[in-house]
Design a protein around this ligand. Structure first.
Ligand SMILES: Cc1ncc(C[n+]2csc(CCO)c2C)c(N)n1
Length: 223
């Protein structure tokens, strides 16, 4: 069994729970309150500023030029592709780029990015990829499920662009590149090392769920 298949099995419960979360279902059905989506966009924007640094760490930890270049490309595409989606949405809601950047991360947002940045600084390349992968892979899964199971989700006036972006083959190929890289890097690794990687993957999959729940509920600091 490929290591990625083992990871997929390990997180099947939490990913299934994510597919059923009212925020995700609301984007599919198109009835998610717009205030929740705006809260998500703002929190996600500051999340992405930190997340993109993980790709910079990937470039530092890569062991060949091809992998270095691929991480550098992902860094560029996150800053200019994915974050553009957020800037365009913000513009539609009358939110400026400055307001987006000034968003204060909630406790869950901060805990999630700090967990990954800690792994990036202190762990191996394999650990880094295991920690950052649920973010990309689970979004691809969500995008595909929404596009497949909810009629009209890809053309919804608000959430359609989100669904189209994350269900696209272009986005899928980025996720697949990382999945294949992790499969290659983990070939022949001892069980104790694989267990550590599996734990990172499960932890950040749980954080993904908590991020959706946080933006749905509010998730602000107590005072
Ligand atoms: C909380 C949260 N989790 C995952 C993603 C998805 N995502 C973040 S970076 C990246 C790589 C391609 O730019 C992808 C797919 C998100 N936006 N927000």
């Amino acid at each position: 069994m490929k290591f990625s298949e083992r990871l997929f099995q390990k997180v099947s419960d939490i990913w299934e729970k994510t597919h059923q979360h009212p925020f995700v279902v609301g984007m599919g059905k198109g009835d998610l309150p717009v205030e929740s989506f705006i809260r998500y966009m703002k929190q996600d924007y500051v999340f992405l500023i930190d997340y993109s640094k993980l790709f910079a760490f990937g470039t530092v930890k890569a062991r060949d030029i091809e992998t270095m270049a691929a991480f550098a490309k992902l860094l560029h595409e996150t800053l200019h592709g994915e974050m553009d989606l957020h800037r365009q949405y913000a513009e539609r809601f009358g939110i400026t780029n400055e307001q987006l950047e000034e968003t204060k991360p909630t406790p869950i947002n901060l805990a999630y990015t700090r967990y990954m940045l800690n792994v990036a600084q202190n762990g191996s390349l394999e650990e880094l990829i295991s920690a950052l992968l649920p973010c990309m892979w689970s979004y691809w899964e969500i995008g595909k499920v929404l596009a497949r199971d909810y009629q009209g989700a890809s053309s919804h006036y608000l959430y359609g662009e989100w669904v189209t972006m994350y269900s696209s083959d272009e986005f899928g190929s980025l996720a697949e590149w990382l999945i294949n890289l992790l499969d290659q890097l983990t070939e022949g690794k001892p069980e104790w090392e694989l267990t550590i990687l599996e734990e990172h993957f499960l932890t950040t999959s749980r954080f993904e769920y908590m991020f959706w729940d946080m933006v749905y509920q509010g998730g602000e600091w107590p005072v």
